[in-house]
Design a protein around this ligand. Structure first.
Ligand SMILES: *Cc1c(COP(=O)(O)O)cnc(C)c1O
Length: 435
């Protein structure tokens, strides 16, 4: 299949090429030119995430440079079936996407993208003998997931840009703990500055001639597509168990994860309603309530991986649904304040017996609101990170320490180093890193 740019001014390219490029040359985001449609029978015999993911993604890679590698990539990147557990009662569920190496959902997509780029660097789209530098702007979890996915992979380097002082201490430690082919830069600015800088550098033709660059942000098609797999997997499992559609409340920042859920529904999976849970960055809730879309600088909240004032994947939604009123029929969005995040973490423990992270708490709060309004149906709160990543927020509320998953324990035992840098200095540092 081919990929097209949301801005219509870039040539149509193969999916593999779109994944390798990250951003389209016209500054737009790539999307597949068509959406396959599935029936339930198309997934007969597919029960693991890797099996469901392969069936779902295969049409996109038909006659593509990645076609032969796809089964192996799915097997590796989608090896952990996310638990869909009871969340306090028999209508509410928690979709636990945090069992990967960095304990956040982004591990799935980062692993998939790394698998794709590795396969390509040995095949059709080689980058010569020079390593490909993966440039990633992060508000916390993206950088760690991408670094873990590419750490020690031959032919790759990773440069992480994160806003200095704006990621949780444990996340900051994680970002600086890789070393080797991973360079962590703490940038004097906010997340939107980091993201803007990464976009500008990826479009800088002079720089790219010297330093082959690739993207791994949620703007990359190679991250968006695999995320649809766990929604397909959870919805199919629920359909087979309960004979009902599953509805989703999804913590949302840059809108990659929730968009993937909407795409899975579009492809025919038994998914009902989708509600986006934003933190105090309310640009999406305001749009879905009827206002114009007005991107703005992000503000700092307790759910810091969602501190996004200009969600980049909105451009994809607009491309798919140019009529805003039509778009408003498809999704809803609600904003959750820091005080409500704290209250939801406490309520989740007391009423449901579950400790959740501040991001997941936004979705739990939204589900509680829906239930209070009389909402019926089966709902899954998407748990995007393990609560042990955010002890500063969660532990004072629940009054005890959260046991660390083994992956986090190992990462935190390693030393950590990040270089402080200004926005202006990053380009030169890319030239000198491992140069
Ligand atoms: C990145 C992230 C989000 C937001 O996901 P988007 O795809 O950017 O909407 C939510 N929760 C956690 C823990 C994250 O790391």
């Amino acid at each position: 299949m081919k990929a097209i740019s949301t801005r219509h001014r870039a040539p149509t390219v193969a999916i593999a090429e779109a994944i390798s490029a990250g951003l389209a040359p016209d500054g737009g985001l790539y999307l597949p030119e068509r959406w396959p449609h599935f029936t339930l029978e198309d997934f007969d015999g597919a029960s693991t995430l890797a099996q469901v993911g392969l069936r779902l993604l295969r049409p996109f890679f038909d006659a593509d440079a990645l076609e032969a590698a796809l089964p192996g990539i799915c097997e590796q990147a989608l090896s952990i079936d996310p638990p869909l557990t009871a969340f306090g009662n028999d209508r509410d569920f928690l979709l636990e996407l945090f069992h990967g190496p960095t304990a956040a959902f982004k591990d799935y997509a980062a692993g998939f993208l790394a698998g794709c780029l590795s396969a390509l660097s040995h095949g059709a789209l080689s980058f010569g003998n020079r390593p490909l530098t993966i440039l990633v702007a992060t508000s916390g979890d993206t950088g760690a997931a991408v670094a873990a996915a590419f750490h020690n992979r031959p032919g790759f380097r990773v440069v992480i840009l994160y806003p200095d002082g704006r990621v949780a201490p444990r996340q900051a430690h994680q970002l600086g703990s890789f070393g080797g082919n991973v360079l962590a830069l703490r940038v004097d600015g906010n997340f939107d500055d980091c993201q803007r800088l990464a976009k500008a550098l990826l479009l800088d033709a002079d720089l790219r001639r010297e330093v082959p660059l690739g993207s791994a942000n949620s703007i990359s098609l190679g991250r968006l597509l695999p995320q649809a797999a766990y929604y397909a997997h959870a919805a199919l499992r629920h359909w087979r168990d309960a004979g009902a559609e599953l509805n989703f409340a999804i913590p949302t920042g840059n809108l990659g994860n929730a968009l993937a859920c909407a795409l899975a529904r579009r492809m025919g999976l038994p998914i009902g309603r989708i509600v986006l849970a934003s933190n105090a960055n309310a640009v999406l809730p305001e749009f879905f309530a009827g206002a114009d879309y007005t991107p703005r600088p992000g503000i700092a909240t307790l759910a810091n991986a969602m501190d996004v004032g200009a969600p980049s994947n909105f451009e994809r939604l607009q491309f798919l649904h140019p009529d805003p009123d039509e778009l408003r029929q498809l999704l809803r969005a609600e904003s959750v304040s820091d005080a409500q995040i704290r209250a939801a973490i406490l309520r989740s423990l007391e009423a449901r017996g579950q400790v959740i992270c501040p991001h997941t708490a936004c979705a739990a709060e939204v589900l509680d609101r829906l239930r209070a309004r009389g909402e019926t149906g089966d709902w899954a709160v998407v748990a995007t990170a393990h609560p042990a990543k955010f002890p500063d927020v969660v532990e004072p509320l629940i009054g005890h320490a959260i046991p660390l998953p083994a992956s986090l324990k190992a990462m935190l035992a390693r030393p950590s180093h990040a270089e402080r840098i200004s926005v202006q200095e990053v380009k030169e540092r890319l030239r000198t890193f491992g140069g």
